[in-house]
Design a protein around this ligand. Sequence first.
Ligand code: NAD
Length: 292
Amino acid sequence: SRPAVAWIGLGIMGSPMSENLIKAGYEVTGFTLEQEKLDRLAAAGGTAAGSVAEAVRNADVIITMVPASPHVEAVAYGPDGILENARPGALLIDMSSITPQTSIDLAVAAGDKGIRVLDAPVSGGEAGAIEAVLSIMVGGEQADFDAAKPVFEALGRTVVLCGPHGSGQTVKAANQLIVAVNIQACAEAVVFLEKSGVDLRAALDVLGGGLAGSTVLTRKKDNFLNRDFKPGFRIDLHHKDMGIVTDAARAVGASLPVGAVVAQLVASLRAQGDGGLDHSALLRAVERLSGA
Ligand code: NAD
């Protein structure tokens, strides 16, 4: 029979991902901070728990999908946390995007309790979560990766073990660098095209078919065309990720000059109160620079 799954963090990503596990036949017990998301889980056939401890007590597999490193630490550690309340032998899969060092430290602390850990951050956005076509970048041990494979395959399409603990997070940090720079390039092109008086929809359609085409351009086209910045992926989260990649790159002596500029623009949006908008709102930052 399928392993019993506990799911901690039912946000923009965690809700549809956990529902895909339910659809695949898993029993999912969840906990998150918003009551409405717990109600949604129950309506989808899962079980709503009243705490992290209650959610993980009987689980074979525990999945966390929370915003950042401090949230992972909050749900993992302490008397009410996962490590104190999960069964020895359980597999903890953290799918949040956090610092590689936090993942490494978690694997060590969990190992002391007989709990195995994988870092398994994802790319593909809310649409990828809903459609179960995420890219899942995994760090940890081969045997644990093999055990988790059926779960990953219910959530994503491209699933790769990248190396030891923390490696998934390092690859995800690179992913976020590429996505931010790509959005920035698209945003600059949009402002340039509009100021030039070219039909933007026609321009983006033809650009999408050439070497300038990208998942970002395809997925964010309507956001750009309609100035629709409802998240999606919040600027606040991308700000967090630019910090992760900046620190990790500095630690290994990798220079990220363009990434540094884009990180500043993301920070600027946040400082202007736009942290809750989708990251396609980088268009706003470029428009402000151009007086558009
Ligand atoms: P979100 O803010 O929508 O959801 C986070 C959830 O975590 C919330 O439901 C919140 O209740 C829960 N949470 C926070 N602290 C908790 C605690 N102490 N106990 C229980 N639950 C807690 O965020 P999201 O957009 O779903 O992103 C989650 C993670 O996935 C982030 O690390 C993000 O960077 C990453 N990610 C997001 C996207 C995206 O497009 N949104 C894509 C890929 C990766």
